[in-house]
Ligand binder design. Structure first.
Ligand code: 13P
Length: 255
């Protein structure tokens, strides 16, 4: 299985940012990892066109219903229609600022999987929860409640993003990352059986070119979910180049 390096542009990017997509597309074929970029919904179709099919484009959220009276929301089928191959779900910013519960995240992920999207389900503890020694309890609970039962390595990856590491320049130690990813792996195996063994577990939170090599070489790290450093093609590519080989076999693909 190849590592997945996913970029989350969050609420950044208008037409000019498509230049970055073109730069990424020009280099995406030479990488040892799979590259995924999740721009704002307004750029999805244009990013797909700019990518020329050389890197996968994804959404940042979707609704759990196929259609309906949900002003402002986007369904999984709409993402697919726009050319998306993947969707990020349950990001801590959605949980925090939009009050998303793990049950809602699970329903959204199910909708994404049914529509044929690779779903990236995010989990992660707050700083207060880590200080209280609750990080595993919190992440374990989020994992169990957020993952649809039919998740497998082809339709799902988990992203561990400690909330306090997002956009802060701070990261857990490599030992802390290894411990949490190992804990998530155990949880995946318990929840999903064999399907949990090969599912990629991405790390997210202040990943940048300077720390990518060591983070991506850490046990059970199957890729990265990158925020700020994905906005510039050069930085994002430098992170992607930190992946030098396969993390496992039987590559699923988001292409
Ligand atoms: P940063 O890489 O900017 O810390 O953001 C991480 C993140 O939230 C990706 O989803």
């Amino acid at each position: 299985m190849r590592a997945l390096i996913a970029g989350n542009w969050k609420m950044h990017g208008t037409s000019q940012a498509l230049d970055e997509v073109r730069k990424l597309a020009a280099k995406a074929q030479d990488l040892a990892c799979e590259l995924l970029l999740c721009p704002p919904a307004t750029l999805l179709e244009r990013a797909v066109a700019a990518s020329g099919g050389r890197l996968a484009i994804g959404g940042q959220d979707c609704h759990w219903e196929r259609a309906g009276a949900f002003t402002g929301d986007i369904s999984a089928a709409m993402l697919v229609d726009a050319g998306a191959r993947a969707v990020i779900l349950g990001h801590s910013e959605r949980r925090q600022f939009h009050g998303e519960s793990s049950t809602q995240v699970q329903n959204k992920a199910r909708a994404g999987q049914e529509a044929g999207l690779m779903t990236i389900v995010c989990v992660g503890e707050s700083e207060a929860e880590r200080q209280a020694g609750q990080e595993k309890a919190v992440v374990g609970e989020q994992l169990a409640a957020s993952l649809p039962p039919l998740s497998d390595p082809q339709n799902c990856a988990v992203a561990y993003e400690p909330v306090w590491a997002i956009g802060s320049g701070r990261t857990p130690t490599l030992e802390e990352i290894a411990a949490m990813h190992g804990f998530i792996r155990e949880g995946l195996c318990r929840l999903l059986g064999p399907a949990g063994e090969a599912m990629r577990i991405l790390y997210g939170g202040s990943v940048k070119p300077a720390n990518a090599v060591e983070i991506l070489a850490t046990a059970e790290v199957g890729g990265a979910l990158v925020g700020g450093a994905s906005l510039k093609a050069d930085d994002f590519l430098a992170i992607a180049r930190a992946v030098t080989g396969k993390i496992n076999q039987d590559a699923p693909t988001v292409r």
